[in-house]
Design a protein around this ligand. Sequence first.
Ligand SMILES: Nc1ncnc2c1ncn2[C@@H]1O[C@H](COP(=O)(O)OP(=O)(O)OP(=O)(O)O)[C@@H](O)[C@H]1O
Ligand SMILES: [Mg+2]
Length: 305
Amino acid sequence: MTELHATPLVSVNRLCKTYGGEGGLFGSRTVALKAVNNVSFDIAAGETLGLVGESGSGKSTTGRVLLQLEAPTSGDILFRNKNITGLSKTMLKPYRRDMQIIFQDPYASLNPRMTVGEFVAEPLDVHGLAGARSERQDRVASLFKKVGLDPSFMKRYPHEFSGGQRQRVNIARAIALNPAFIVADEPITALDVSIQAQIVNLFQDLQDELGLTYLFIAHDLSMIRYLCHRVAVMLRGRIVEIGPCEAIFENPQHPYTKALLSAIPVPDPDIERNRRPIAFDVNANLPPEEASLRAVGDRHFVLGG
Ligand SMILES: Nc1ncnc2c1ncn2[C@@H]1O[C@H](COP(=O)(O)OP(=O)(O)OP(=O)(O)O)[C@@H](O)[C@H]1O
Ligand SMILES: [Mg+2]
């Protein structure tokens, strides 16, 4: 893995995103849902922070708000130490180049009527970086090679590709503008298990080669251990535990983290036979609103009193 730098590339401070709660249609009031509730973390340049938690815990919302695809209800987002919260579209444009997102469903992200070559070239066009026709072709071809696709595939359409290849196309487009930071929102969840490791390896190779920084969102913890330097565990909009990968896996502190870890199948049949998933009742164990993160080890924090 790449050397880490001490300065954070990305920080979020006390980030909140609430849905509903205002007067709705016909004046009806909806209950406010705190999808992201007081979330703070830093990601160092060249680092991968894993974000895990059950469905609906607020992982994707955190990623979208961090990239300013949606405005936060409150809190700040810093990129290279500059507060970019609430910047206008024009002011945000240079940051858009530097911050990209990759989604779960590789087919839905692609345009079925566009060749994959055109799809990868599009951001270059939008930012006026495509250059002459031959230069544009060369750039796209080199992006294809970087993600392990034969450049002769450029003229093909998305339906001609497998799931793993489609995700490679999405990754090629995401790195076209030489970004510093990528939010990968469950990028392997929709892929065959046999393909998942290849795509995880591609993320890692690209990080080594390009010095990328990732927020890697995942449902479960199995690939996270392999890919991430640190892990944050989310539950109902809050981070309940965050720390270096080894600390989270070897010495989990929060009962929810323990439950998540106990749910991972082990490839050893003897151990697997005796594995007992730990139950966790979310409703009986909701973190109190006033709870805050406290240090339990080196860069290892857990929510609670
Ligand atoms: N645009 C929206 N309007 C209203 N509620 C939303 C919106 N987007 C997300 N939510 C709600 O916010 C909560 C967090 O959703 P989010 O998609 O961030 O969870 P997630 O952790 O990414 O889940 P999953 O693992 O299923 O992808 C959920 O309760 C969801 O229903
Ligand atoms: Mg999600």
